[in-house]
Design a protein around this ligand. Structure first.
Ligand SMILES: Cc1cc2nc3c(=O)[nH]c(=O)nc-3n(C[C@H](O)[C@H](O)[C@H](O)COP(=O)(O)OP(=O)(O)OC[C@H]3O[C@@H](n4cnc5c(N)ncnc54)[C@H](O)[C@@H]3O)c2cc1C
Length: 278
């Protein structure tokens, strides 16, 4: 693996090879997930059936990312690297992100950092993800209603009724794919189970952002990470689009200062940084 990596640990900037970075980060993730001596594999043996081992899911459900980081006996450097990735994945503070969310994600990616990177970020639809949605819509003989929030869903023996913006839609079945956090704003008849409603009310809404920076200078493969509470916890150079740098942040002004520090490590000159478009 070619390229460089920079990371902040104990408030100091370190530079090394991409290979060492991946090795240390993998070590951290493995330690993080290994609550069972099997790298977390016993919790989601069937990743697409997350409740297959319901009792284990219940056992670890209350653990936050921070709780699990506190249990780790790895070096501070590896802990910092791990926390950087976890905060990015949770798109939230590590005390709000769930340990299990990460383990499930890890299992869906075959416990491999390479697969994780490839599946989440590497391969893209050339025309943008919207093109996929448009192609699906063009393929389906449906009447599409956009900007029409559903107010209520009523289900009975006779079928289902969906109420949205004063209109009524009748159907044999309803597929509900709204995000968890808005589920409680729709009136369901019969009512949703109390536990599901409670989860919807307390659901974490992501606070993360993804920002692309276009820089004029061509740079080699590069990753830069910093542990929370740094606002950008993870940044990397896109594989296919050489001029793009990706980072995630919460606050833009602090983010630019931190990115400046990270990018300085790879020798991009200050005038080039001024060309970065956030
Ligand atoms: C900053 C950020 C970066 C991300 N980066 C990546 C990435 O690099 N790779 C990756 O794989 N994933 C990424 N994700 C995750 C990905 O975007 C989500 O997993 C995916 O969009 C979830 O799809 P969904 O259909 O479940 O929900 P959504 O895409 O949220 O769709 C839910 C839909 O329901 C609609 N809706 C809400 N309320 C109602 C209502 N009352 N009536 C009718 N409709 C309603 C919403 O308008 C929305 O269109 C990222 C997410 C964020 C926030």
């Amino acid at each position: 693996m070619s390229g460089k990596a920079s990371w902040i640990t104990n408030n100091r900037l370190k530079e090394t090879t991409a290979a060492e970075f991946v090795e240390k980060l993998s070590q951290g993730i493995q330690a993080f997930c290994d609550v069972d001596g099997m790298g977390g594999r016993s919790i989601f043996p069937r990743p697409y059936a997350p409740f297959f081992k319901d009792e284990l899911v219940r056992q670890f459900d209350k653990l936050s990312i921070q709780d699990r980081l506190d249990q780790l006996t790895v070096s501070q450097e590896i802990k910092d690297l791990t926390a950087s990735l976890m905060a990015m994945g949770a798109a939230n503070t590590v005390d709000q992100g769930a340990f299990l969310d990460w383990v499930k994600w890890w299992s869906l990616n075959d416990y491999s950092l390479q697969n994780f990177g490839d599946r989440q970020a590497r391969y893209k639809i050339h025309e943008g993800t919207g093109a996929l949605a448009r192609a699906i819509a063009a393929d389906a003989p449906v009447d599409l209603k956009l900007s029409t929030p559903v107010d209520a869903v009523e289900q009975s023996e006779a079928g289902a009724i969906v109420r949205a913006g004063g209109a009524i839609y009748r159907a044999k079945e309803v597929i509900c794919a709204v995000p968890l956090a808005v589920l409680h704003s729709i009136r369901f008849t019969p009512a949703l189970p109390p536990a599901k409603l409670e989860a919807a009310k307390t659901a974490n809404v992501t606070r993360g952002r993804k920002v692309y920076f276009n820089i004029r200078e061509r740079i080699d493969n590069w990753s830069g990470v910093a542990p929370p509470p740094y606002p950008v916890t993870y940044a990397f150079k896109e594989d296919d689009f050489l001029r793009e740098l990706l980072g995630r942040c919460c606050k833009t002004p602090r983010m630019s200062r931190q990115l400046l520090r990270l990018i300085a490590a790879i020798g991009v000159s200050a005038p080039t940084l001024a060309m970065i478009v956030a």
